[in-house]
Design a protein around this ligand. Structure first.
Ligand code: NPQ
Ligand code: MG
Length: 368
């Protein structure tokens, strides 16, 4: 396949409620949507980078720059035989996994449409629905938290993840555990602790958590390995795993027992498949993380989560957990605590161009 035209939309999607983590508060999700045109069809992808370098070093601005000025020239005039050729073609670019992943995602969607195959089928999915979990931001007080968690439990979410930070950890977790004794529960600190917090983190061991996600700095594999030896609660890594190589190193070091896979963070679907195969080989449980994606990124996550190695509930929620109006149709709904895997060609969702344009603050088009 030859790409004839590529385009980007920078969109600002209002969230139904502010989302607060240890790295900040988001009221609007700024996202970069990518389309690729070739063979008379259009494929779509979403870059998971945010407005600022808070979760990851990349931003929507660095991603646009790297895609437009470095990635597209590397793809110019290339006859792409399969989407899995993208990582090789983009290899000269160091870093920038989210920028590369967005282009790869759009090429997978185009490829699926060309061959009338769903992304789930192309990846080797073994499920037609995936268990939905929900990530609950930091709240203003514990009684608000209990109400928010209760509402998600009533909706059928199968696992609740509490965002934590120093000063919002043991007490909120204790309160939720007391009110919901059987709820599958985890915590995610987004790198807010340091190894000096070891004794404090050990207090979390008594709440039967499924895991503690990314307590330390993303660059600190060694610190996580030492923590993992001291805690009973399994350590899960998110920000630290930005490539298949890093996943292998983390497992070799014993830095985690569980991996949160986000295809954008690890450099694309091909890289995610590589991590998946490594994890299956080693018996390491995986789940699919979330980045407040629009319906485009959400559809891709659902397809990935349908692979055999994804065995824990995901940060894949219904569309209405984040957005009132999404750029893709139909919205994802919770059915018996699960999200159904799209069956149509490629991502299996319809892009609503009117909404893309309405939410966009800038767009760019490139002739290849
Ligand atoms: C996590 N996601 O697992 C991330 C963190 C996160 C669902 O908890 C803009 C860009 C907003 C990136 C909000 C969830 C974000 C973001 C949260 C990442 O760590
Ligand atoms: Mg996380």
């Amino acid at each position: 396949m030859r790409l004839e035209q590529v385009g980007l939309y920078l969109v600002e999607m209002p969230l139904v409620a502010p989302f607060v983590t240890s790295f900040g508060e988001e009221r609007v999700r700024t996202a970069l949507l990518v389309w690729v045109r070739g063979e008379g069809l259009t494929g779509w992808g979403e870059c998971v980078a945010g407005s600022g370098p808070w979760f990851s070093p990349e931003t929507v601005g660095t991603a646009r720059h790297v895609i437009a000025d470095f990635a597209l020239p590397l793809l110019q005039g290339k006859d792409i035989a399969h989407p899995q050729e993208l990582p090789g073609l983009l290899r000269p670019i160091r870093g920038h996994p989210m920028a590369k992943a967005a282009l790869e995602a759009a090429v997978w969607d185009l490829w699926g449409k060309m061959h009338s195959q769903s992304l789930a089928q192309l990846l080797g999915a073994v499920r037609d629905r995936v268990p939905a979990g929900v990530s609950v931001g930091i709240q203003k007080d514990i009684s608000t938290l209990l109400n928010v968690v209760g509402s998600f439990v009533d909706q059928g979410y199968q696992r609740v993840k509490l965002k934590t930070k120093p000063g919002w950890d043991v007490e909120p977790v204790r309160a939720v555990r007391e009110k919901f004794p059987e709820l599958p529960l985890s915590v995610d600190a987004n790198a807010a602790y340091t190894p000096a917090d070891l004794a404090h983190l050990k207090e979390l061991d008594k709440f039967r958590l499924l895991m503690i996600e990314q307590p330390f700095h993303y660059d600190d594999l060694w610190g996580h390995a030492r923590l993992a030896r001291e805690l009973q609660t399994p350590v899960c890594l998110d920000e630290s795993i930005f490539s298949p190589q890093r996943a292998w190193e983390a497992l070799e070091l014993g830095a985690c027992r569980i991996i949160n896979v986000k295809q954008g963070r690890v450099g694309g679907l091909s890289a995610a498949l590589e991590i998946h195969n490594l994890a299956v080989e080693r018996g390491v449980p995986l789940w699919c993380g979330g980045m407040l994606e629009t319906g485009l990124g959400r559809a891709l996550n659902v397809a990935l989560a349908a692979l055999p190695g994804f065995v824990l509930p995901h940060d894949i929620s219904a569309t209405d957990r984040y957005y009132r109006e999404d750029v893709a149709h139909p919205p994802f709904k919770l059915e018996d605590g699960h999200i159904r895997v799209p069956q149509g060609p490629g991502l299996g969702v319809e892009v609503d161009l009117e909404r893309v344009v309405r939410f966009s603050v800038a767009c760019w088009t490139y002739r290849m």
